[in-house]
Design a binder for this molecule. Structure first.
Ligand SMILES: [Zn+2]
Length: 161
């Protein structure tokens, strides 16, 4: 890698640490010409490695920017968190999707994003879930008035009386 300070054509790795749980490696590089030291992080690029599978055999390219915006949208209660935390949260989601899934779908992205938000900010997770209708099924299950067979609940009032 070239030096980011003097643009010398090569630099050497003087220290490196692989991440214990993620597909990521941290490196400290030094330029032999100007002695400048800088840090790099190498990790898989989800957009280059996996396609997002859509209905009707269509695919899409994963977009970190799109994910970042949707996460920022869940922080209506904190513009500071929206501005400062959306990107690293989106990168955490990208990391999880990079390693854990062979094929990814929009549902996978939503589920992992919800989990990451839940670990960080419960209110953001609730807002995200509401926006993407992730908790609709949970709410239905928790309501005893609707029968498991899916029939409409019986009512005492009848329009013919
Ligand atoms: Zn240099």
């Amino acid at each position: 890698m070239i030096c980011i300070n003097c643009f010398h054509r090569s630099t050497s790795v003087i220290n490196s640490r692989p991440h214990k749980k993620q597909a990521s490696i941290w490196r400290r590089r030094k330029c032999p010409k100007c002695s400048f030291v800088f840090t790099t992080t190498e990790q898989p690029s989800l957009a280059d490695n996996k396609k997002v599978s859509l209905p009707d055999n269509k695919t899409d390219t994963f977009s970190l920017s799109k994910l970042c915006l949707s996460i920022a949208g869940a922080f209506t209660h904190s513009t500071k968190k929206a501005a400062y935390d959306s990107l690293w949260l989106a990168k955490t989601v990208e990391q999880t999707l990079s390693t854990g899934y062979a094929v990814i779908t929009p549902d996978d992205i939503a589920a992992v994003t919800h989990q990451v938000l839940k670990n960080y900010d419960e209110l953001a997770a609730v807002q995200y879930a509401a926006k993407y209708q992730l908790i609709a099924s949970t709410r239905r299950r928790g309501r005893p008035s609707i029968s498991p067979s899916g029939r409409a609940p019986q009512t005492d009032e009848s329009p013919s009386r």
